[in-house]
Design a protein. Sequence first.
Length: 476
Amino acid sequence: MSWHEDGDGTDASPGQLAGFRRGLYLSLGMRRDVLFEACDAVLCKPGRVLMLAELCLEPECRRGHGAVYDALNCGEVRVTRLRRALSGLPLPAWPDGRVRLAVDVSNWLRPDAAASPGRSFCHCYGRGKNSAQMIPGWPYSFVAVLEPGRTSWTLPLDAVRLRPDDDLAAVTAAQVRDVVTRLIAAGHWKDGDPDIMAVFDAGYEPARLAWLLRDLPVQITGRLGTNRVLRQAPPARPPGQMGRPVRHGAELRLAADAARPEPDALTVTETSRYGTAAARSWNRAHPKLKARGAWEGHQGGLPVIEGTLIQLTVGHLPHDRAPKPVWLWTSRPDADPAEVSLCWQAFLRRFDIEHTFRFLKQSLGWTRPKLRDPAAADRWTWLVIAACAQLWLARRLAADQRLPWQQPCRPGRMTPARVRRGFRSIHRTLPVLTAAPKPAKPGPGRPPGAKNRRPATHHDVGKTAKQFESANAAAG
């Protein structure tokens, strides 16, 4: 099994870390020194980042807290250049040589920020069953590189803030297209290599994503809900039969009590964590599209997007002795048993991105700042991603500075939190790129007791200008 292997395949050196930091510094425009030092303070702070103001207390940030807020509100992050620098980093080597990407959405919740524009209702899971909530915030779509083995490491390559009027599939397809194009330009994929695999959880439409990315060397693998109904390929047409050919075959209902035909392939694998994993697959399964919703206005006939349907059942989960089957769909129409095993194993590795989200929020303080402008939130997001990339490059360079009650880590298996704990020692050996701060005095600010004559505009959640115009036109 792929997750039993040790190592990540990357060979980072101090020169690569220094080179990436140089590229990060050149990716910053106005207020670059403050932004760069704030990123270093995030990396070198001993504990969790709880607020922006406390970053100026670290020796790596030589500016005041007012300069940090001013840099995020008025600074500049040249995202295009930073994206190229991230795509050029060494990626983990899988046994088949294939690059695997995980795509998911993480929310920056801002329920009380009425003056912040661009907020949407974010779906948040509760601790109990049927306790999901819709909380206002900024949803971000992340694309990260997965690595083999059970690990808490992923390398985020891109982040896009989803606006209230965005089409999730269209924005995600454009984001994956940009990432794949940059990976090809960086030499991570060449002609003759296996396709790059992009893995999605529930909430996406994998067939539509496969259609939008059909001109790229990308294989889409996504999870389907149990309420879906797919179609098999139509039976062979008898010779001499007249009339319009049939486009869809028998139904494949994913419901638990539905009757289904015999699978085209069956694989059984023994795992150490989930017991016996059985995967059944049906080739050339496709959804029957309708000319409504996302396909409304499609030019020409609706396509038949064929793939392989996979039903994965495991013996047990860590906290569930009777797990339900998981349904997957991959854009490879005639996947053989070996390809089916690769798909469901890659889907299990997709959950490693959840560790990255928790580390970004709890340790690096991604969602801690109380920023009003969504553009400032984008700048802070990219600084946090750059900090995570530096930890990725430094994980073989940092010493294991464990706490007395922690077990020692094997070489090459340190967690992101432990690498961050030893990053300050590495930072002392790196070249200094920022200029010395210039002495300045703070401005007078608003006099005490004076009223605010420019109150901030309040924005509704999930409302856009087009919706307001259509509502006003209907009312008129």
